[in-house]
Every structure is written in structure tokens, then in C-alpha cells.
Design a protein around this ligand. Structure first.
Ligand code: PEP
Length: 257
């Protein structure tokens, strides 16, 4: 992490978990143990039906709310989809784009990721853009090329002053929900490579401002080591963000680094 130039962001990704009443009990557990006035920014990305309530519930403990995906059009005949403007008006500040589960199950491509990033930024949301390689791609030795391609595609056409404010989450597919975490060295190496790609495209000033997270089975035990890497500026956390106590332990690890 490097707090001098960029935000440290710990973001939970609840995926398709937690009803409204479960969200309320999560907030009840979390509030008394949530650290106050600390360094890192905390975000919870929740199912769309929970956004408005989550904004209200987590406001006084300074947790921002995010959505888990969005459409790239501003309106239209896209049954079941929601737009960045809808998310923004519901009170969210962030939106996850290009999560590997969306890429795998809902045909999200680098092309649609780019359109969604533009739509989110135009609506005033901060996109958390997910990139990552499969185990086969890592074993074939193409991780760096693939990640560079995904990052370039996601950001194509975005003005440098907008790129400064996006968040990139490096999420190796083989580490998501598997309990298998990238080593701190692997995470640090890829996050550093992402910053290099951004530096080459947009300059050093932009590159050093971008928050780059690691995601993939981050938990209370491994968070400190991963976050100690200079280019790992936070985490995108799935399973462990569903447990209030463990989520707070990760936030504490980020605050101590
Ligand atoms: C994720 O879904 O973004 C994620 C990192 O999940 P988990 O922490 O459960 O691996």
C-alpha cells in the first residue's frame, strides 16, 4: 500500500447473498466493532435490492455502498438490468464491473466491460474493474499479457483524469471462492504490472493515484501479508465479507499496514 498517493480500499462483494433482514442483522453485528476515523475506505457491494437500505444502515459507520454490476445503456428494453444512474440515485458510490462470475455466467466480455466502465464513470460512480487469469492461463505463462490486455480494454477511451479515480481489482480466477490464495509475491507482482501498464498508457501521475486491489480468498489470516505489498492497495473480498467479525479484522489489518 502507499497511502501517500492513493486510497486503500477494502471492499466486500456479497454476490447473491443476504436478504434485507440479513443485511440489517449484519449491520447490527458490524457497527459496534467497526473502527472509527481510520485510514482505509470501506465499501460493501450488495445485491441491487439492498442498496438503498444499506446506504442508510451503514452511513454512520462511514461504509460506502456499491452495486455488483450495471448495464451500459442509459435506459431501454433490457429486462432485469439496472443502469448506473439508477444505482447512483439509490445512493451507491461504487459498482463492480467485469467480475469473473459475470464474465463466466453472463457473457461479459472485455468489450462490454469497457462500455460499462464508461457508463459508470459518466454517471458519477467509481468502477471496481475486475481482471484476472485462469489457472490454465497462469500455467501457460500468459498471465501478464492477459492482464495487460484486460486492463487496456477496460480503460480504452477514458480520459486520464477519469482513469485516476477508477479501482482495479486483480482477481486470479483460481483463487476466487476456492480458499486458495495467491501468495503475497504473486499478488504484488501482478498488481505492480497493472500499475506499469497504466503508467505506460497514462503517465506516472495517473498510475500512482490508481487503487489496485487484490481479490481471491482474502481473509483475516492472510490480509496483512497481502496488503503489505507496495502495489496492493486493498482487497475485494467475497466470502469473508459476509462475516462481520472477519470483515472488520481485514479492515483492521489494512488500517495497521
Ligand atoms: C470475489 O468474489 O470477488 C472474491 C474475491 O471472492 P472470495 O473472497 O470468496 O474468493
Amino acid at each position: 500500500m502507499n497511502r501517500r498517493y492513493r486510497k486503500t480500499i477494502i471492499a466486500g462483494n456479497w454476490k447473491m447473498n443476504n436478504t434485507l433482514s440479513e443485511t440489517r442483522s449484519f449491520a447490527e453485528q458490524l457497527k459496534p466493532i467497526m473502527p472509527r476515523g481510520k485510514w482505509c475506505t470501506v465499501v460493501l457491494c450488495v445485491p441491487a435490492t439492498n442498496i438503498q437500505s444499506a446506504v442508510r444502515l451503514f452511513k454512520d459507520c462511514h461504509i460506502a455502498v456499491g452495486a455488483e454490476t450495471c448495464h451500459y445503456e442509459q435506459k431501454g428494453a433490457y429486462t432485469g438490468e439496472i443502469t448506473p444512474a439508477m444505482i447512483k440515485e439509490a445512493g451507491a458510490k461504487y459498482v463492480i464491473i467485469g467480475h469473473s462470475e459475470r464474465r463466466q455466467y453472463y457473457n461479459e466480455t472485455d468489450f462490454t466491460v469497457n462500455k460499462k466502465v464508461h457508463a459508470a464513470v459518466e454517471a458519477g460512480l467509481i468502477p471496481i474493474i475486475c481482471v484476472g487469469e485462469s489457472l490454465e492461463q497462469r500455467e501457460m505463462g500468459v498471465t501478464m499479457e492477459l492482464i495487460a490486455y484486460q486492463v487496456k480494454c477496460a480503460l480504452a477511451g477514458l480520459a486520464p483524469e477519469k482513469v485516476r479515480h477508477v479501482v482495479i481489482a486483480y482477481e486470479p480466477l483460481w483463487a476466487i471462492g476456492t480458499g486458495r490464495t495467491a501468495t503475497a509475491g504473486q499478488a504484488g507482482e501482478v498488481c505492480q504490472a497493472i500499475r506499469t501498464v497504466i503508467r505506460k498508457q497514462y503517465g506516472a501521475h495517473v498510475a500512482r493515484s490508481v487503487t489496485i486491489q487484490y481479490g481471491g480468498s482474502m481473509n483475516a489470516k492472510n490480509a496483512a501479508e497481502l496488503l503489505a505489498q507496495p502495489d496492493v492497495d486493498g482487497g475485494l473480498i467475497g466470502g469473508a465479507s459476509l462475516k462481520a467479525v472477519e470483515f472488520v479484522q481485514i479492515i483492521n489489518a489494512a488500517n495497521q499496514e
